[in-house]
Design a protein around this ligand. Sequence first.
Ligand code: ADP
Length: 258
Amino acid sequence: MYTMGIDIGSTTCKCVIMQDGNTIIAEALKAGGIGTPSPKAVVEEALSSVNLKREDIASIAATGYGRNRCDIADYQISELSCHAMGAHYIFPEARTIIDIGGQDAKVISLNSNGQMQSFLMNDKCAAGTGRFLDVMSAILQVPVNEFGNYAAEAKNPSSISNTCTVFAESEVISQLANGVEMSDLIAGICLSVAGRVGALAKRTPLDEKICMSGGVSKNSGVRLGLEKAINKPILFSSKSQLFGAIGAALSAYKKANS
Ligand code: ADP
C-alpha cells in the first residue's frame, strides 16, 4: 500500500511517498511555499519518480502552514504531530525535536512512543527563524546553503547585537561597510539564530536525545552553534527537512488501515 505526505511550508514544499508505512520510496522538495506552483510540482515529481499515479495512493495527508489549501489531499493534520512522527521514524531514541523552519521555531517534547507531550514555539518574531537567515542571505548575496561553509571558516564571529531583524539588517550592512570578513559576519548571523532558539530549548528538560528538523537544520553554522548554546549533541539526518512530510505519510498509512 502506498501513502503520501505533503508538507506545504511558508518557504518550501516537501512530498514523501511511503510503502506499507515503513519505507520511503519517493521524496521531492522544492523552494516556494503556499501560493506558489510548488505544492503541485512536488506531488508530480514524487509520483513520476516511481511511476505512480494519484489513484495508486491509498491516502494522502497534507500538513504545514498551507495544509488547508491542498486540494489533492484526503485530509489535513497538524505539523506538530507530523514532525513528532517523522522524527520518531528516523530517530526512535529522540525525545526532543528542535524544528527551525522558514517562519517559526518549535521545541517539541516526545514520549518514548514518539507522541508529542508538549511544545514551545516562537512564531512572533523573524529572529530565530529561517526568515532571519534568508533576509541576511539576500543582503549578503550568499545562498543560505553556503552559510555553514562560511561559518566554519570564521576566525572571529561578529556579534549581532540587534534582536530585531530589520535593525539587524542595518547592523550587518554597517559591519560589511567596516570591512568585517564575510565568514565572521555569517558565523555571527548563524550564532544569533542559534542563541535565540537555544534559549527557547533551554526552557524544556533536555535530558535525553535531541534531534533537529526543518530546513535550517541543514545549516551547520546554526546547528553547531545550537549544540554549543544548549551544551548537548544534536542528531541530524539529511532527511531532517522532510520530517513533516514523512510524518504525514505515516499518518496516512494509519488512516488507510483504520
Ligand atoms: P517551511 O516548512 O516553513 O517552508 P523549512 O523547514 O522548509 O520551512 O525551512 C526553510 C528554511 O530552511 C529557509 O528559510 C532556509 O533558511 C533554510 N534552508 C533551506 N534549505 C537549506 C539548505 N540547503 N542549507 C541551509 N539552510 C537551508
